[in-house]
Design a protein around this ligand. Structure first.
Ligand SMILES: [Fe+2]
Ligand SMILES: [Fe+2]
Length: 322
């Protein structure tokens, strides 16, 4: 369970004060017209979604299915989803989009960390990513009941690996916690939620939104495939970055070099392939999920590199030591 974060604007302020009021009939704010990539919208969505994961201490779990809160969340989701759809090219063919994602273009965060990143850059990167990796594979698990046949069986096979093949100490979320401790960071659940800016929250909010809406199952599968395709080369670079910086705890990344090369194939052939044989009308949404992942990861990378180029932190506050 996480600590309820500090608000970042009128919507998140209204949600957080209602959730912590002790009154499940407390009045909620209206969505208005927030910046689709701004901090207020993304913290608000993150808090709403977290009620479906582990929740927050001091927040009544009944809020998870509160109709008024779900209505507000839906208004915020519509703003974000429209911006994501506007921000991608779209298409009616999966293969060329996958091929493009497989081109390992230079200039990303893992290239920076491998070539010239300092320990503080690495620590910041790990702080950002903890917002997802503490719940690694959880948003994708929601799609399982929405699939059938080989797509379902293969999705479960990939998720089984993400959850450590039945061993808690091998869960990817557990491996990530080990990396955090090796970097003297606080590995408790969502310890750095207050430090994570909108570009990072937006990455996870997209997964949660795709996972929670059956209507977006094609996008969820496309997103997962994109993540698996791009992780393997990035993880190899991160392993080299850690070694160069003298960090011995490389298992989170070495595990992903091997595993995600396989996962990528399974996602492409058995999950996307089988899903689209059954439901070809989802092709456009699979393409959308692939491209939207590239969009939000691109925004996240640009935020980090922009801050670091200017010699300042990419976090909302400096990370505290564990
Ligand atoms: Fe993983
Ligand atoms: Fe994976």
């Amino acid at each position: 369970m996480g600590h309820i974060p500090q608000p970042r604007g009128p919507i998140s302020e209204g949600i957080i004060s209602a959730l912590t009021s002790g009154d499940t009939r407390a009045t909620l704010p209206s969505a208005g017209t927030p910046d689709p990539f701004g901090d207020d919208l993304h913290l608000s969505l993150y808090v709403c979604y977290e009620l479906h994961y582990q929740g927050f201490d001091a927040v009544d779990p009944e809020w998870e299915w509160d109709p008024a809160l779900l209505g507000l969340r839906r208004d915020l989701e519509r703003v974000y989803l429209a911006a994501l759809r506007d921000g991608v090219a779209g298409g009616a063919d999966v293969d060329p989009v996958v091929e493009e994602l497989m081109i390992d273009a230079p200039g990303g965060v893992s290239h920076f960390l491998e070539d010239k990143g300092e320990l503080w850059h690495l620590r910041e990167y790990v702080v950002h990513r903890s917002i997802y990796h503490h719940k690694e594979a959880d948003p994708h698990a929601w799609v399982i009941p929405r699939l059938t046949g080989q797509a379902k069986a293969s999705m479960v096979a990939v998720e089984y690996d993400e959850y450590g093949g039945g061993r808690a100490d091998h869960m990817h979320s557990t491996l990530f916690r080990g990396l955090m401790r090796a970097l003297d960071l606080d590995d408790s659940y969502l310890a750095y939620l207050d430090e994570a800016p909108a570009p990072m929250l937006g990455v996870v909010n997209m997964m949660s939104m795709f996972g929670l809406h059956r209507s977006l199952r094609g996008a969820l599968v496309g997103h997962f495939a994109a993540a698996e395709i791009t992780t393997s080369p990035g993880a190899a670079r991160m392993t080299r970055a850690l070694k160069r910086l003298g960090v011995a705890e490389t298992v989170f990344f070495t595990e992903h070099v091997e595993a995600d090369a396989v996962h990528e194939q399974v996602l492409r052939r058995d999950v996307i392939g089988d899903l689209l044989r059954r439901e070809p009308e989802l092709t456009g949404d699979v393409v959308f999920g692939l491209q939207a992942t590239d969009l939000v990861e691109g925004r996240f990378g640009a935020h980090l590199l922009g801050a670091w180029d200017a010699g300042r932190t990419s976090l909302l506050e400096a990370p505290h030591a564990g």
